[in-house]
Design a protein around this ligand. Structure first.
Ligand code: EPU
Length: 421
C-alpha cells in the first residue's frame, strides 16, 4: 500500500494550480446517461474517484475515450441496468448513476454505495429512495444490501427534502430532466456544482430553473442533447491549498480557482489576520508577521463554511494564538480524526461528537499515521508539512481519491514529500 513520507518545515512558495472539481465530475459523468448523444468533458481531474466512475460507465456498456484531462462518453449502447457490486461499493459517487439510469431505463439495481465513512451508521440514502418513490418508482431491498427500483411510468413530483443533501438534490434534478411534466424540488442544496450541472443540462435542452437556490423547478422533456462540459474548479482543493499556505506562512499563488466559491473561508481569513489578495481566478497568500488569531467555525451547507474544509481548518487553528471552537454540524463522525492530530502534539479537547476545542499555538511533531478518509488525509498532509521531523501517512488511496498527483504538485512549491510503495 503506497504511503507519503513528509519531512516538515520546508518553506513553501510559488504557484499551485487547482484542478477540476471532484464533486462536479462525479455528477456530470453519470449525467451522460440522460442523452444518447456523446458528451465531451474537459478539465477532468485525474483522481481515483473519477477512474471508478468511468469504470462503472464502461461496465454498463458505454464507450469511454479518455485523454489526459478530458473524456468523450457515448452511452447510446448501454445494455445493462445493474450497477456492479464490487465497483459501486468502492465510492459514494456511485449513487449518482441511479437517477439517470432510472430516468432512461425505468429500472435499476444497485448496491448501497461505499465511500468515506463519515456519518453514523454509514452514509444513508433514504432521501434518494424517498425521492424515487415520489417519482412513482417501486423499491425492493434485496439480499446483500442491494436495491431494485422499478417504475412502469415515472411521473413528475412535488418533493420537499427533509434534510439538505447535495447528491440527493442532484440526483432528483437529473432524473426529472427527462420525466415530462413539472417537478418542484424544495429545500434543495445550493452548492456551485449543482448550478454548473443545471446550466449544462439547460444548454442541452433541459428546462431547470432555480438551481443554486432552495427551490428548483424542472419542466421535464422527452429527451435532451449532449455536447461539451468544462468541469468547474475544485473549491475544496482551493480552500485546502489556501489553508495550507496560511498554516505554513507561505508565499503561494493558487491559480485556476474561483475565489467566490470559498468566500466563507476568505471572510474568516480577514478576521484571523491571513495576508491574502484575490483576482478573478486566483488567490495569493503572503507571509504575515503578526500572529494568527483564533476563530470559531460551524460547518454549514453552501454558501456557509464547507464541512470538507473543516479538517484543514483545524490544522490552521493549532497555529492560532488562543482558543477556537470547531462545530461540525453536517457529519457526526467527522471530528474523530483529530485524535491523530493530538498524537502530533496538538492541544485538542473533544466536547462531544460534533464539537472540539483547539488551543493554539502548538508545535506539531512528525508521526506514523493512517489516513482515515479523503479530507482528514489532506489535513494530515498539511500538519506534516508544518511539523518538526518526519511523518509517514499510510492509506493514501484515500487522498488520491480527491487530490490529483498531490505529492508532485507539492514538491514543485518546495515541500519534501515522497510517495513510497
Ligand atoms: N443524508 C441523509 N440521507 C441521505 C443523504 C444524506 O441522512 O439520503 C445526510 C448525511 O448523512 C449528512 C447530510 O445528509 O449528514 C448531508 O449529506 P449530503 O447528502 O449533502 O452529502 P453527500 O451529498 O453524500 C456531498 C459531497 C461530500 C460533502 C457533502 C456535504 C459528493 C460526491 N459528496 O456528499 O463530499 O461532504 O456533500 O457538502 O458530492 C468529499 O468530497 O470528501 C465529500 C465527502
Amino acid at each position: 500500500m503506497p504511503k507519503f513520507i513528509i519531512k516538515g518545515g520546508n518553506i513553501l512558495s510559488g504557484e499551485i494550480t487547482v484542478g477540476g472539481a471532484k464533486n462536479s465530475a462525479l455528477k456530470i459523468i453519470p449525467a451522460a446517461i440522460l442523452s444518447k448523444e456523446p458528451i465531451t468533458i474537459t478539465n477532468l481531474p485525474n483522481i481515483e474517484d473519477v477512474d471508478r466512475s468511468l469504470e462503472v460507465l464502461t461496465d454498463l456498456g458505454a464507450e469511454v475515450m479518455r485523454e489526459k484531462d478530458s473524456v468523450i462518453i457515448n452511452t447510446s449502447k448501454i445494455n445493462k441496468n445493474e450497477l456492479s457490486h464490487s465497483m459501486a461499493n468502492k465510492f459514494r459517487g456511485s449513487i449518482m448513476f441511479v437517477g439517470p439510469m432510472l430516468a432512461r431505463f425505468g429500472e435499476v439495481t444497485f448496491p448501497h454505495p461505499g465511500g468515506c465513512v463519515i456519518g453514523a451508521g454509514g452514509r444513508p440514502i433514504d432521501l434518494f429512495l424517498d425521492g424515487y418513490k415520489a417519482y412513482g418508482a417501486e423499491i425492493t431491498e434485496e439480499a446483500g444490501y442491494c436495491y431494485k427500483i422499478k417504475a412502469k411510468k415515472l411521473k413528475p413530483a412535488n418533493f420537499f427534502f427533509p434534510l439538505v443533501s447535495v447528491t440527493a438534490t442532484e440526483s432528483m434534478m437529473m432524473t426529472a430532466v427527462i420525466i415530462p411534466g413539472t417537478t418542484i424540488l424544495k429545500n434543495c442544496a445550493m452548492e456551485p456544482e449543482i448550478e454548473a450541472l443545471a446550466n449544462y443540462l439547460n444548454s442541452q435542452g433541459a428546462d431547470i430553473k432555480g438551481a443554486g437556490t432552495p427551490t428548483i423547478i424542472i419542466e421535464g422533456k422527452d429527451k435532451i442533447k449532449a455536447n461539451k462540459f468544462i468541469v468547474i474548479p475544485d473549491r475544496i482543493e482551493t480552500g485546502s491549498f489556501a489553508i495550507m499556505a496560511a498554516a505554513a506562512n507561505a508565499d503561494l499563488k493558487i491559480t485556476h480557482c474561483n475565489p467566490e466559491h470559498v468566500m466563507a473561508l476568505l471572510k474568516i481569513f480577514e478576521k484571523i489576520g491571513v495576508n491574502f489578495s484575490t483576482g478573478p481566478d486566483w488567490i495569493q497568500i503572503k507571509p504575515s508577521s503578526s500572529p494568527l488569531k483564533p476563530h470559531d467555525i460551524k460547518t454549514h451547507e453552501y454558501p456557509g463554511f464547507a464541512t470538507d474544509l473543516q479538517s484543514p481548518y483545524v490544522i490552521l487553528m493549532t497555529q492560532a494564538h488562543g482558543t477556537s471552537l470547531i462545530h461540525e454540524s453536517i457529519y457526526d463522525r467527522r471530528l474523530l480524526w483529530t485524535d491523530m492530530l493530538s498524537q502530533m502534539g496538538a492541544n485538542i479537547v473533544m466536547c462531544d461528537p460534533h464539537r472540539i476545542v483547539v488551543q493554539g499555538p502548538t508545535k506539531l511533531y512528525g508521526k506514523r499515521l493512517v489516513s482515515p478518509d479523503l479530507r482528514a488525509g489532506i489535513a494530515l498532509v498539511i500538519a506534516a508539512l508544518i511539523a518538526n521531523g518526519q511523518t509517514e501517512i499510510d492509506n493514501i488511496y484515500q487522498i488520491d481519491r480527491g487530490y490529483e498527483k498531490l505529492d508532485e504538485r507539492l514538491r514543485l512549491i518546495g515541500a519534501d514529500i515522497n510517495r513510497v510503495e
